[in-house]
Design a protein around this ligand. Structure first.
Ligand code: KIV
Length: 263
């Protein structure tokens, strides 16, 4: 199995082929994700909630992210590894470069950061330094205290335009990919069409180039899940089988279905 590269995912977008992404935080699960043929792993700061038991991602540190990124990198070879820069770790450009470098040294191939046009200078800096960046727009969990809760974003015209403008600004600054979380499916479709880079959706409807789910949600471990989640462990013979069914459903377009989408 060869290593997934960013150009290979851009090529999939150009050819209208979907790909699957799942969060993962350790070597054992990374091996299962690889066996299932899933193209990319996100070492998400969601680990603060699903592994550490916090009620938000805010307490997660760069050391936590580096530890779990290194664990994942030891467990698999083929999936592209995207690692989250946690809350408070990329507010100044030097801090952003230092912390992104730490995650790359731990085994990431891309770093993800949450936010819009205010990040363009940092994205240019990272790209120049050889660090590919994945943006994250829509519901950005690190800003839960500004957003006032985990809510769908971009439902009115002004908000939708703002998210589209941010997406274009991130791409122009050099972002290699974009995660779009909890936005109306029509807005996600418009942004996916407007960008050359792959758009990975979560709660963003079926028309993005890829889907991502939190591993624990996909496996039905999380007690309370969001509307956009499907439990793939239901009816599966093993964890690997559940991951294979997730990937197949993303690739054949049967996930997300209408009941997982927002209008
Ligand atoms: O941290 C995470 O798992 C994420 C996904 C929800 C996209 O950012």
């Amino acid at each position: 199995m060869s290593k997934t590269s960013i150009p290979s995912l851009i090529q999939k977008k150009q050819q209208g082929e979907k790909f699957a992404v799942v969060t993962c935080y350790d070597a054992s699960f990374a091996q299962l994700v690889e066996n299932a043929g899933i193209e990319a792993i996100l070492v998400g700061d969601s680990l603060g909630m699903v592994l550490q038991g916090h009620d938000s991602t805010l307490p997660v540190s760069v050391d936590d992210m580096a530890y779990h990124t290194a664990s994942v990198a030891r467990g698999c070879r083929a999936p592209l590894i995207i690692s989250d820069l946690p809350f408070g770790s990329y507010h100044s450009q030097q801090q952003c470069l230092d912390n992104a470098s730490t995650l790359m040294r731990a085994g990431a191939q891309l770093v993800k950061l949450e936010g819009g046009a205010w990040l363009t200078d940092s994205i240019e800096l990272l790209s120049r330094a050889g660090i590919p960046v994945c943006g994250h727009l829509g519901l950005t969990p690190q800003s839960v205290n500004v957003l006032g809760g985990y809510r769908v974003q971009g439902r009115n015209d002004d908000q939708a335009k703002h998210i589209l403008d941010d997406a274009l600004a991130l791409e122009a600054a050099g972002a290699a990919m974009l995660v779009l979380e909890c936005v109306p499916q029509t807005l996600a479709a418009e942004i996916t069409q407007a960008l050359r880079i792959p758009v990975i959706g979560i709660g963003a409807g079926p028309q993005t180039d890829a889907q991502v789910l939190v591993l624990h949600d996909l496996l039905g471990i999380t007690a309370k899940t969001a509307r956009f989640v499907r439990n793939f462990a239901d009816g599966s013979s093993s964890i690997e089988d559940a991951l294979c069914r997730y990937r197949n459903a993303v690739l054949d377009g049967s996930f997300p279905a209408a009941e997982h989408c927002f209008d």
